[in-house]
Design a protein around this ligand. Sequence first.
Ligand code: AHM
Ligand code: MG
Length: 326
Amino acid sequence: MNNHRTLKEYLLDHLADHPEQRELVMIMSNMATIGETISTQTNKAGLAGILGSLGQTNIQGETIQRLDVFANELCKKYLRATEHFAAMASEEESTVVDMGNDGARAKYVIAFDPLDGSSNIDVNVSIGTIFSVHKRLFNIDRLDERQFLQKGRDQVLAGYILYGSSTVLVFSFGDGVHEFTLDHGIGEYFLSNERVMIPPVAEYYSVNEGNTVYFERKDADFIAYLRDEKKLSARYIGSLVADFHRNMIKGGVYLYPAVDKGGKGIYTGKIRLNYELKPMAFLLEQAGGLATDGEMNILDMEPTSLHERRAAILGSRDIVEEYMAR
Ligand code: AHM
Ligand code: MG
């Protein structure tokens, strides 16, 4: 039993053990607030179609924004006010966002996918927010893209919020993965899984099998092997956060191999390294799993650009190792 421990209590205990992580603890609390706000807005999203769309006002006279725009603006404005960040990167922003804080207090940079699962936003299917925090590099300009090109292994905080049948927050300071579930009525997150460990035996594989014709032969073969020989069950939502979460709790693997959609023999990944793969890989390693692009551990990659995309194989260690061994 978890004794109904709240996120606030958990963070206070963490702070007592790690007084040097004061700012990170506050950042985590800020992220929880962002998650609660986006969750509330997500629950109302269906009404947007009925009561007005982008640029229109709803029945209470509030302007309705598209959810992804709302989430991005919230992350920017709210986190800027905390003064912890020198810069932010977001899937919704082509370049580095100035957080307006150049002081000594602004010791961190944060990369976001404010609302992941874009194809699911308008159809009431689970979506999520993903975040990755690094220490700010004081030897280069705070708005230099290289602030975000740090290795995944150097993250100091990473996590996601899943807006599903409930809203769950999963994060790690690098000492285990913790899961909290939001009670909307009370307005508190409660501890639902203290030390998440991915089950050693995979039950599920998650891949967009409609892409099979665009995969390299080795990837199509591996997926057929998971299906026909390992006899794994298929589950694919099309929101990384939701597919990843299920696999981490139940045991499984998420695959987005490189695809050649142009038919020119050029295979490229889809999932973004800095704010989708790095944070998930960080969590996965803490939970006993593994993340690769097929060539190397995601956490050891040196990103070369802000919105870089990579192939992704994330999940139970045995399956990921088998993939790499082929
Ligand atoms: P997005 O950030 O535009 O939503 O793209 C990332 C998403 C992942 O959440 C998901 O796993 C994948 O793209 C789904 O892609 P596809 O629709 O090609 O299967
Ligand atoms: Mg995304």
